[in-house]
Design a protein around this ligand. Sequence first.
Ligand code: PKZ
Length: 153
Amino acid sequence: MKAIQDCYPPKYAHCYGCGHGNPAGYQLKSYLQEGITQARFTPGMQYSGGVPGHVYGGMIASLLDCHGTASAAAFASHERGVAMEEQIEPPRFVTASLKVDFKNPTPQGVELLVRGELISVEGRKVRVALSLHANDVVCATGEMLAIELRAGA
Ligand SMILES: CCCCCCCCCCCCCCCC(=O)SCCNC(=O)CCNC(=O)[C@H](O)C(C)(C)COP(=O)(O)OP(=O)(O)OC[C@H]1O[C@@H](n2cnc3c(N)ncnc32)[C@H](O)[C@@H]1OP(=O)(O)O
């Protein structure tokens, strides 16, 4: 299955979170399946938080950030009845607002699962519920408001 981010033309592959053309970035890949988006990522040991063995909170927020905007694009496309990979220029979303709740410490050295569920689509505004899991434990939850860029932006 094609990742949501891989549906964009190469000129948009520079994102720090998900751009496959950014060797310094995470190169996150998100997938929409049965109404849920998922991405898996194992942060390097350089993303240590204040407590040894725990992942830095900003890294966690950035995973939710990037997965959230990709999810918004896939959910909006689905609502419009067209798959991401069927579009030459899929809709592009940026984060307007992201709230994160840190529920449990996120362990280092573990593959993390990031999930997204659609809350609502209202014109250019898409709300996505997000969560981050390690070893089946919810470590963080979040809510994003993503806004679709106007044509030509
Ligand atoms: C370049 C990307 C290429 C991507 C291609 C490849 C993509 C592959 C995957 C994705 C990867 C993306 C990247 C990672 C995620 C980032 O990290 S994105 C970077 C961080 N975010 C930003 O820089 C966004 C900065 N903000 C802005 O540019 C502008 O404020 C926005 C968000 C585009 C909105 O501006 P605008 O288009 O002029 O919209 P505006 O008319 O002001 O507002 C529209 C509606 O949203 C509401 N709204 C706007 N902001 C807010 C807010 N903060 N709170 C509540 N409501 C708000 C307004 O009230 C309005 O509501 P209605 O009146 O329609 O009901």
